[in-house]
Every structure is written in structure tokens, then in C-alpha cells.
Design a protein around this ligand. Sequence first.
Ligand code: NOJ
Length: 486
Amino acid sequence: MWEKIVFLSLFGISQVFGGYVFSKDFVFGAATASFQIEGAWNESGKSEGCWDHIAHYTNEIDDHSNGDVACDSYHKIDEDIKVLKELGVDSYRFSLSWPRILPEGFSNKVNPDGIRYYNELIDKLLANNITPLVTIYHWDHPQSLQLLGGWTNPRMVEYFADYARVAFEHFGDRVKLWATLNEPKQFCKEMIWGEGKSLGSVALDAVAPYLCAHTLLKAHAKAYHVYKNEFAKQNGKVGLVLDIPWSDPLTNTTKDIEAANRDLEFMFGIYAHPIFAKDGDFPKLVKDRVANMSKLQSFRQSRLPEFTEEEIKEIRGTADFLGINHYSTNYVNDASDEIDVLTPSTDNDVAVKKTVDPSWPASDIFWLYDVPWGFYKALMYVKNYTNNIPVYITENGFCEEALDDQGRIHYLNGYLQSVSDAISEGANILGYYAWSLLDNFEWHRGYTKRFGMFHINYTDPSRPRTARSSVKVYKNIIYNTKLNNL
Ligand code: NOJ
């Protein structure tokens, strides 16, 4: 053991307790997102965001709650800094609220109070030696833009690039790590089409997710180029955040191995291939598959839009780093024989069935299990897919309400071990952000599901933050890693 420490130290990495291998520059952080924590939904010039609208006017939120107050982080910068300090993190990943900064959606009208709020947050983070990693868009665009079609509207590319430019202009002197978008796949497929999707709307379920992917990729690329062309002097890095749940073949039959691979191409490759593959563009497998299905369904053209040659070039290579959000694993088997190919839907395009192993430790939310080996496989897959681009794990965490959150602790230890193992195998992983710093508004699940290392009491108007047991564990991991790396 000690020989190993000496050996690894010589190479600038060290082995700390628990068997983790992290370099002294490895970044430990915690993450949140604007809509999920800020509250102050209509204060000081902020307009209605698309998620305000969903929460206020539909029945889609399990507990009929909304983001009106949430963790009240808009009024609680000091409290949030305090808990970040208590954890001892090096970095904080948070997102900007588009409707707070540009209430009408466009850059002709910048809300001074939106700028003031984020300036104050950034300054206080830096004063406390906490590096900001800022997500420009974590799903909350202004409702006015949703009325224009949201991400199915190709003009969103320009609106987003303008918004990103405002962010770079105002905060780029101090923010050096930018993620343009968060989890486009989740957003485009699950988040915004509302009841229409479950009612079997072809437009919303079989067409919109692909239009959304197409527009978001162009928007990301445009924002990247805005930075490189106009703000290169700020010397920061720009990337994006993709989610990659792991899909493992249920059996070792060719059919299931292909199904698992197909699932990953539709979830991850559809966003990663245009940016990281030498030839860019959507993956061939995805293009062929959607084109064939569309033809069978009597569409005259593929439901997946094409990129022009120029767009392919503009998108390729637009990431200095990749943010990876990972939570859980599924077994996947081929469902080609079970689907009705004549019914257009994105799920039918993929044609897989997903299951879990009942022996995996379950969290409080139906889709999340503690399967650390799946994380390891996902990280190695990302390494190969992206030619080992620098990666930050921008989200990883467990859903558990108990204050003595032993499930979260078990998950944290196992998943950090997987990060460490992947690093030992050459993966270029620079940091890890726990999701989440605080309990928060879990989208369609409202406040019924809790991901925070700090508990929030939503019935108390002052929204007290209380440490769960995992805080001590994460804090010790961070402290000991730094200590062993002096
Ligand atoms: C990923 C999303 O980015 C985040 O907003 C969400 O709360 C977590 N997953 C947990 O579901």
C-alpha cells in the first residue's frame, strides 16, 4: 500500500484512504440549477419561465407544487455559501435563469437585478475560494420563447447565442468554466412536451424531440463560437453537459448487445457524435434507423432533420471539456419484435426494453439504483467515444429523504471508486460534482423527491438547510484527498 502511494505520488497522483486515486488538482464540487432552487419567480424583473408555466397551469407536477419559493436561494446567497464551505468543495456548479436575465427572452432588454444577483453570487464564491462552473441553460427558458415554439423554433439558435453573449459579457471576467446546455436528451425527450406526449401526439412524441436536438446542437455550437470569437481573451473553457445512463445488454446475444449499443447511440451519441466524432453529424445508426422507420410510416422525409455540410463543420469540435451527468444503470434487450413499427414514436425508433436487477439497492425515485460498475462502464465508454476529452462529472447523486442517509453514503463511496478506477485506466476526468447541494424542485416530481446533501424544510418560511450524514462523509473525502496531496 505505502509503496503504491510513493509510486503514484511520483506521477502526481496519490492514493488516499478508501482506495481512491485523485490528483491534487482534482475538483470536488456540488451542483444545483436555477429553477430548482432560486424561487423569487416573479421578483425584481424576472418573467415567467417555461417551468413556471408548467407548474402554474398544468397537472404535471406530482404534488402540484411550483418553483415560486423553492429553496429561496435568490434571497439566500450567504446561506448557500455557508453550506458549500461546510462541505469544503473547490467548486460550485449552478445555472443562470434566462427569464431572470433576459425577461423578454431577447438581449435587447437585460434585467439589471438578474445581473446583480449572479454577480453577487460569483463574487462571494470567489471570495471563499470556490470556483464557479456556470451552466447557461438548465431547462428554464422564458415562456415567451416557448410560445414561439421553444426549441422546435430554429431561431432559438440566435436567441440562445445572444443570451450566452450577455452571460459572457457580464460574468466572463470571473467565470472560467462554462457549460452551455444541460442534459439536452432529457430535456428534448421528456421535459417540455407535456400532456400531448402522453396523449400520443405524433408531432410532440415522434418529431419534436428530434427538432429540439437539432436546434440545441446548433445553439450550443453558436454560443461556443461566440465565446471563441469574441471572448477568447477571457481565457475560459466552454463545454456542455450530456447525460449518460448506462445500458448493459441483458444477455450476450448479438441482438441484445446491439440493442444496448443502439440505446446509447440514441441517448448519448445523438449529441456526442456531432461534436466529438471526426466526421461529425448525427450517428449513422440513428440517421438510418429514423429514416427507415419514417419511410415505413409513410413520411416523405425522415423525422430526424439533417444538418447541412456547413452546420456539421460548425458543430464539430465545439467542446473544451465534456460535463457528464450519470445516475443509474439498466439492462437492455431488443424489443424490435414487440413494437408496432407503424406507430411513429421516438421509443419505437430505439426499440429496446429496459429492466433492472431487483437486487440492486433502490433509491427513493423509481429510476435510480446504486450500480457503481455501470458508472465505470459509462466513463470508459465516454473516454472512447470522445477520444478522451477532459471530463467533469457535473452531476452524480442519490435520492434519499432520510437525514441519516446511509444509502447516499454507500452510493457516493461506490461511485467515487468507479471514477477513481476509470482514472487509473487513463480516463481524463478532472472533477466530480455531487447532485445536489440542497433538496430542490425535482421537475415533475415536485418536492416529493430529495437529492440534497443538505435537507430543506419546505414548511418553514426561512427554508433552513440541515446537513444529512453524507455531508460529513463527502467533506472527509475532500479534506483527506487534499491533505494527502499536499
Ligand atoms: C439531472 C438534471 O440535470 C437535474 O436537474 C435533476 O434534478 C437530476 N437529474 C435528478 O433527476
